[in-house]
Write a protein that binds this ligand. Structure first.
Ligand code: 6PG
Length: 242
């Protein structure tokens, strides 16, 4: 595993760099006659990236050769303000022409355990498989203030090592049910791209990037088990302690 950290003046520039990664990787996949399979995260940080993709990259990226999946979803209907799909719809899908058959959302409104099974099977049917786990080309991750990534929180860190590619999780404070990719799926990706902005992330980010003692308690430290490329795109506030 080899990771690179890219620090930008602000989150817009960090988001632009991520957009460029998506553009380049989709171009190189297209040249090989392949689709780009990407899993998107939710939360607030990717909003700027999605707006940028819709506003400036709609015509640059060949969306007809990109399949969009999700890293995690909150168990709410797609029109709920908490929905990760809903946020992506408002900022990107509704504003750029992306074929609907290329969009594979996690259905937060369905019975979670049934949806976990459906999504697990869908990934196995649609993606290449290595070591019994699906292989994404890019997994876009964020990091919470508590060091969680995807919907794997520090109090459920064992989900990182799950034998399943997709599982149910619970937010430790709100008790909200979630559906999330697990550590082995994340680490099977060709490339992991973290987009992390803001001062509240600085301390934990420093601990995981510097591989400090006890940093393995933070789920975001999972990147150390990655089989592929790992890139951190961060703003200078998140990188202020590096
Ligand atoms: C979610 C996410 C989650 C997110 C982090 C960071 O559903 O909440 O996918 O893992 O990436 O919580 O969120 P912020 O960008 O809001 O800090």
């Amino acid at each position: 595993m080899h990771h690179k950290t890219h620090i930008f003046d602000d989150c817009i520039q960090a988001s632009r760099a991520v957009a460029e990664v998506i553009l380049e990787k989709s171009n190189s996949k297209s040249k090989e006659g392949k689709f780009l399979n990407i899993a998107l995260s939710g939360g607030s940080t990717p909003k700027q990236l999605f707006l940028l993709l819709a506003d400036e990259y709609e015509n640059l990226i060949s969306w007809e050769t990109i399949n969009l999946y999700w890293v995690d979803e909150r168990c709410v209907p797609p029109n709920d303000k908490e929905s990760n799909f809903g946020m992506t719809y408002d900022t990107l899908l509704n504003r750029a022409f992306i074929p609907t058959e290329n969009i594979f959302r996690i259905k937060g409104e369905d019975v979670p355990k049934n949806e976990v099974e459906r999504y697990k099977n869908l990934l196995l049917e649609n993606l290449p498989v290595k070591n019994c786990f699906p292989v994404f080309d890019i997994i876009l991750l964020g990091m919470g203030d508590d060091g969680h990534t995807a919907s794997i929180f520090p109090n459920n860190i064992e989900l990182l090592n799950s034998e399943f590619s997709v599982v149910q999780a619970i937010h430790p404070i709100s008790g909200q049910k979630r559906i999330t990719l697990t550590g082995k799926t994340i680490c099977n990706a060709e490339q992991i791209v973290f987009l992390i902005c803001g001062k509240s992330k600085a301390s934990i980010l420093k601990q995981i990037i510097n591989n400090e003692l006890n940093s393995q308690q933070f789920p975001a430290a999972i990147f150390r088990n990655s089989q592929g490329i790992v890139d951190f795109f961060i703003d200078k506030e998140a990188g202020s302690l590096l």
